[in-house]
Design a protein around this ligand. Structure first.
Ligand SMILES: Nc1ncnc2c1ncn2[C@@H]1O[C@H](COP(=O)(O)OP(=O)(O)OP(=O)(O)O)[C@@H](O)[C@H]1O
Ligand SMILES: [Mg+2]
Length: 156
């Protein structure tokens, strides 16, 4: 059965750790491996950090919204802000591209999200905000085995 969750918080750096842990806690029922859980936490952390450091830079701080949907062996995550948006999306997703070089950012956030998740997509509008859509598909073989195991234990 499908399960959903929505989380909204101000774009403050102290909110990043609980945001990543909350998404991890939500997907535990999909039976992720520790590696998969760690991938998800890393990707969420990068996306939320971007909302915190870039989205509202120089403008009034707004909110970060995370929506999650778990269905079957797949977790869908949508992380959005209503901030300044990204002018050149094609360049922004390139490895090592950053607009905050002076703060020693490495420009690897989007690349990390892409590498650690099954699918990754970003939409942005200048002045309208940014939305990152990611999915993680859990190891199907493992999920299948767990389902069989639970059928066996239910039958007993
Ligand atoms: N939510 C956002 N709102 C506005 N601009 C963004 C947002 N997310 C990313 N960007 C822009 O895209 C660029 C690339 O983002 P990316 O996460 O790859 O690198 P970074 O944040 O600069 O560095 P790192 O993630 O390695 O600390 C950023 O420098 C910024 O200009
Ligand atoms: Mg980043």
């Amino acid at each position: 059965m499908k399960n959903t969750m929505k989380l909204e918080f101000p774009a403050l750096s102290e909110n990043e750790p609980f945001a990543r842990s909350t998404v991890a806690a939500f997907c535990v029922r999909l039976n992720p491996t520790l590696d998969e859980l760690s991938d998800i936490k890393t990707a969420v952390s990068e996306a939320v950090t971007n909302c915190i450091v870039h989205a509202y830079a120089g403008i009034e701080k707004g909110t970060v919204t995370i929506e999650c949907e778990a269905e079957g062996d797949t977790l869908h995550i949508k992380i959005s802000d209503n901030g300044r948006g990204i002018e050149d999306l094609a360049r922004a997703v390139e490895p090592f591209y950053t607009t905050l070089e002076e703060e020693e950012r490495s420009g690897m956030g989007f690349t990390i999200m892409q590498t650690f998740m099954t699918s990754f997509q970003v939409q942005s509008e200048v002045g309208g905000g940014t939305t990152v859509l990611m999915t993680k598909r859990f190891d199907a073989a493992k999920t299948e085995k767990d389902a069989q195991r639970s059928e066996i234990s239910n039958a007993q």
